[in-house]
Design a protein around this ligand. Structure first.
Ligand SMILES: *Cc1c(COP(=O)(O)O)cnc(C)c1O
Length: 322
């Protein structure tokens, strides 16, 4: 089929080998209540229970593990609203590499503390006024560090695809696989794995309604940029897909739907009450789309990636209580 994409299934396989003994093979949960609510067979891949509380350790580790000795000596730098920063800091710590993480001033306190806890150095910026990529470029230049972006990098994308690979290996073919969509690292890796295991699988990314740049991009056939969206889904506030992720999504036939913040909150409550899972707002995007009818799932076998569970308990309680 297509050969000019940034990643192929073989890259996901190799990433999975690198991650052996590093990333958890996270559980796949079922819920009869959820199945009855939707009239479908739902398989929840619980990356909430992954190291660092989100799938991002997969891509970060896969990227840093492929550094040259020279790159390892210089260290790694990135920007992130949280989970990728934690993942880079933790992966760098595991590999004995220095890490700098550029984070927005309003990033959740827990995510900042966790990044520092893994030995990462945090540099703050104003995400509504400054361009993090310029800050990162300056640090990379001055300190000889290698930039690993949150999503638009083949090694990151291949690493993220290992979650879907595990899901298919465990449950067999699926009619549909649904994941949250920010910049498309998770969805592009998922798409590559899905096409391998179930060529006819419907591949769906879910964005917050306030920031549907991915949906616009696939409709228009080119990358659409938007202003930083205001949404509780803080890990999906990216302003555009990437030059590596977009072609993969486009050529492998992924599609995008959206959900509202209210639907995310409803889903967080369902996950906590019915499935005993703490899922952060962004981590609920895919489940919210399934529960609230943004995709038609009746009678189907559907994989749902619960992408992360990093949220301050106070904020969780406030959102659920409102
Ligand atoms: C990063 C992240 C996403 C979005 O992933 P992309 O690869 O940017 O599309 C979704 N959920 C959580 C919890 C994340 O940390």
């Amino acid at each position: 089929m297509t050969t000019d994409l940034s990643i192929a299934y073989e890259d996901v396989v190799q990433a999975h080998q690198r991650l052996d003994g590093i990333a958890h093979r996270t559980p796949v949960m079922r819920s009869r209540t959820a199945d009855e609510r939707c009239g479908a067979n739902l398989f929840f891949k619980c990356e909430t229970l992954q190291h660092i509380g989100a799938f991002k350790i997969r891509g970060a580790y896969n990227a840093i593990a492929q550094f040259t000795p020279h790159q390892r000596e210089g260290g790694v730098v990135t920007f992130s609203s949280g989970n990728h920063g934690q993942a880079i800091a933790r992966a760098a710590q595991l590999l004995g590499v220095r890490a700098v993480v550029v984070m927005p001033l309003d990033a959740p306190a827990m995510k900042v503390a966790a990044t520092e806890g893994y030995g990462g150095e945090v540099v703050r910026y104003d995400r509504y006024a400054e361009d993090p990529s310029q800050i990162v470029a300056a640090i990379a230049e001055e300190r000889g560090m290698t930039f690993i972006p949150p999503f638009d990098h083949p090694h990151v994308m291949a690493g993220q695809g290992t979650a879907a690979k595990e899901l298919f290996e465990e449950v067999g073919p699926l009619d549909m696989i649904v994941t949250p969509l920010g910049g498309g690292g998770l969805l592009s890796g998922t798409a590559v794995a899905a096409r391998h295991f179930a060529p006819g699988c419907d591949i769906v990314g879910v964005e917050p309604e306030a920031g549907n740049d991915g949906q616009q991009s696939l409709a228009k056939g080119e990358i659409v940029r938007i202003a930083t969206p205001v949404t509780i889904a803080d890990a999906a506030q990216s302003r555009s897909l990437g030059r590596h992720t977009f072609p993969v999504l486009q050529q492998l036939g992924a599609r995008v739907v959206t959900v509202t913040d209210d639907q995310l909150v409803d889903t967080m409550a369902f996950m906590a009450a019915r499935m005993k899972l703490v899922v952060e707002p962004t981590g609920c995007l895919a489940a919210a789309a399934v529960f609230h009818g943004a995709v038609a799932v009746r009678g189907l076998r559907v994989g749902i990636v619960l992408s992360g569970g990093n949220i301050d308990l106070a904020r969780f309680a406030k959102l659920i209580g409102s």
